[in-house]
Design a protein around this ligand. Structure first.
Ligand code: AHM
Ligand code: MG
Length: 339
């Protein structure tokens, strides 16, 4: 019989590298996995469970909240607030930080998450995902506050996402590679399926909402036009855009390519949130050999000033991201030599 490696075993093994580890972190990741299994179950039942449709409120960024967003948010909060590993949380769905109720124990980590990203796709039965990011508390115990949440991405101790796709996948990094696990629904366990993912250095896919083309600056337009030219090796690139970050990123991570949500006239800082989307995705990309930039600086170097701040995101295969940066700097790109 083939020995199958579970997520819990993988985390436990990584933790053994740290002789001083208390097991706290292993416990936290196991709780995140439990929350994501509950959400996966809810997402699968969405059509039949009567939970599709708008919940009738708007989230802090002004987007309409679907009922599954609300449910997923509650699942993460309910599971993690009592875990004893966290002292503070922040969710894309909550305007303010989420504190741990006084009757539950507190731990040394803070947890930031987007409970159900891409939820505007739910009614179309398109893949959605959860994204999370973990930092160590900076403040002394009992004094946790917003500064513990507003940490730059290079301070992350862990980042990950769960993709509710044709199968459910849990992908995470603690800075020792990016690893993917697939939920085996028969036993309810995440099984190691993609160990140490290495994203291709150069891809053939570009993913961007081209409906915004005329709102981009000229340099961004020229870059995307360049990718579409039928000239030189590897071009034209194939356009693939779901409009669901986890699904778009995951596909490109495996196949190679570039994902862009640049600034434009309507979204002066892009659309994606630094703390819940861009920074964790950047950590995962870098650990797989890729790159992530805002166009001006590496995403993980951005110092957050607000919980829900947005940044432009350009992420993917290193050569493709570097090429994009050359366009954004206004460098002259030599045309390919024919044939
Ligand atoms: P959400 O957090 O409200 O779900 O929005 C984020 C989503 C991402 O999944 C996706 O990359 C992006 O919005 C798509 O935006 P657009 O529809 O403008 O292309
Ligand atoms: Mg989101």
């Amino acid at each position: 019989m083939v020995r199958r490696f579970t997520l819990t075993e993988h985390i436990t093994q990584q933790q053994r590298e740290y002789p001083d580890a208390t097991g706290d972190f292993t416990g936290l990741l196991s709780d995140i996995a439990v929350a994501s299994k509950i959400i996966a179950h809810d997402v699968r039942r969405a059509g039949i469970g009567g939970v599709l449709g708008a919940a009738g409120s708007k989230n802090v960024s002004g987007d309409e909240v679907k009922r599954l967003d609300v449910l997923s948010n509650e699942v993460f909060i309910n599971v993690l607030e009592r875990s004893g590993h966290l002292c503070l949380m922040a969710s894309e769905e909550n305007e303010h930080p989420i504190s741990i109720p006084a009757d539950f124990p507190r731990g040394k980590y803070v947890f930031l998450f987007d409970p159900l990203d891409g939820s505007s796709n739910i009614d179309g039965n398109v893949s959605v995902g959860s994204i999370f990011s973990i930092f160590r508390r900076l403040s002394p115990p009992g004094e946790e506050g917003i500064d513990d949440l507003l940490q730059p991405g290079y301070n992350q101790v862990c980042a990950g996402y769960v993709l509710y796709g044709s199968s459910t996948m849990f992908v995470y990094t603690t800075g020792f590679g990016t690893h993917g696990f697939t939920l085996d629904p028969t036993v309810g366990e995440f099984i190691l399926s993609h160990e140490n993912i290495r994203t291709p250095q150069k891809g053939r896919i570009f993913s961007v909402n081209e409906g915004n083309f005329r709102r981009w600056n000229g340099r961004m337009r020229r870059f995307v036009e360049y990718l579409k030219e039928p000239a030189g090796e590897g071009r034209p690139y194939t356009g693939r855009y779901i409009g669901s970050l986890v699904a778009d990123f995951h596909r490109n991570l495996l196949y190679g390519g570039i994902f862009l949500y640049p600034e434009d006239e309507v979204h002066p800082s892009g659309k994606l949130r630094l703390l819940y989307e861009a920074a964790p995705i950047a950590f995962l990309a870098e650990q797989a050999g890729g790159m992530a930039t805002t166009g001006k600086m590496p995403v993980r170097e951005v110092e957050p000033t607000r919980l829900h701040m947005k940044v432009p995101l350009i992420v993917g295969s290193a050569e493709d991201v570097r090429l994009c940066l050359r366009f954004l700097r206004g460098e002259k790109i030599e045309p390919d030599r024919p044939g």
